[in-house]
Design a protein around this ligand. Structure first.
Ligand code: AMP
Ligand code: FE
Ligand code: FE
Ligand code: ZN
Length: 290
């Protein structure tokens, strides 16, 4: 199948910590001139059905995906999984476990903040939609609604910064287990924003080798949070292991400055990604379908 046009491979809806509905995103993607985008909410596929309906109705292309939370020691590693089977038992069980751990972790963070600021769990729940994946962004939104922080970015630099002592990590599988889960569910794994913390914090080469053995497809090379030296290191790893390079916005609606389509992925890479994924079907852009 031939793909043409601009494809953004990393987009969040309010089913996790974006601010738009899945259908809103389809409309925004049209307006941004995209041919196709991937819906990649944190640890959930709950937004797929709505996005798929709106994409089919309007002729936009859609790649159903997920952004799986994983962790290696102190390091949080996000693994994008495209075209996974949303009913795969292993993936369903692990994402339920992560979402439950996120929720109890968020409650403990809110309890600690609540000792020093007038913040309650209900204030945070008011910022989520039913069944959504809860994260620090929702706590940030509650702090903003209460007038305690100016916006999400300020909240992450302020009350939610690790140095304040309020935040803690949540349970997450290792990156290699995350890649195996995605591959086991027929999906295509890509490490998200791999150079975000600079060259010294890019995954060590033996870990990358393990991910490659487990079926890693690529690295998200073009992403605003990759630092210049982080991206150079990621490009070296792509070259050494023969991996694919993707590009995406990581759009979170009004929750982050990232703009839809600010980075996109080469159509040839999209074609190889679509050929690899077997867990679910994409919606092909109407003009380019063949
Ligand atoms: P959590 O997974 O609960 O630890 O929260 C991390 C999420 O917060 C990431 O997925 C980002 O989308 C979001 N995030 C991280 N830093 C910022 C920031 N400075 N401004 C807005 N959102 C952020
Ligand atoms: Fe996020
Ligand atoms: Fe991420
Ligand atoms: Zn993301």
């Amino acid at each position: 199948m031939r793909i043409s046009g601009r494809v953004d491979l990393h987009v969040h809806s309010r089913v996790s910590d974006g601010t738009g509905s899945p259908a809103d995103l389809v409309r925004e993607a049209h307006a941004a001139g995209l041919a196709m985008f991937a819906l990649t909410d944190h640890d959930t596929t709950a937004g797929w059905a709505e996005a798929r309906r709106e994409a089919e109705r309007t002729g936009l292309g859609l790649i159903p995906g997920i952004e799986l939370s994983t962790r290696l020691g102190w390091r949080s590693v996000h693994v994008l999984g495209y075209l996974v089977d949303p009913l795969d038992p292993g993936l369903v069980a692990e994402t339920e476990r992560i979402r439950a751990a996120r929720r109890s972790r968020a409650r403990r963070i809110v309890d600690r903040i609540g000792e020093d600021y007038p913040l309650s769990w209900d204030d945070v729940l008011a910022q989520t939609t039913a069944g959504s994946t809860v994260g620090r962004p929702h706590i940030a939104d509650a702090l903003v609604a209460l007038g305690l922080e100016a916006d999400r970015s300020a909240a992450f630099a302020g009350i939610l910064h690790p140095r304040t002592g309020y935040v803690e990590p949540h349970y997450a599988p290792t990156p290699v287990d995350g890649v195996r889960l995605i591959v086991g569910a027929g999906g295509v794994p890509v490490v998200a924003h791999p150079g975000a913390a600079g060259r010294d914090r890019v995954l060590p080469e033996p870990v990358v080798a393990e991910l490659v053995d487990a079926g890693l497809f690529g690295f998200e090379l073009h992403h605003r949070e990759n630092t210049p030296d982080g991206a150079r290191r990621v490009a070296e790893l792509i070259e050494r292991f023969g991996l694919e390079a993707t590009g995406s916005s990581d759009y979170h609606g009004t929750g982050k400055p990232n703009r839809l389509g600010e980075h996109v992925t080469d159509p040839a890479v999209i074609e190889r990604l679509l050929a690899r994924g077997t867990g679910t079907t994409p919606v092909l852009p109407r003009a380019a379908a063949s």
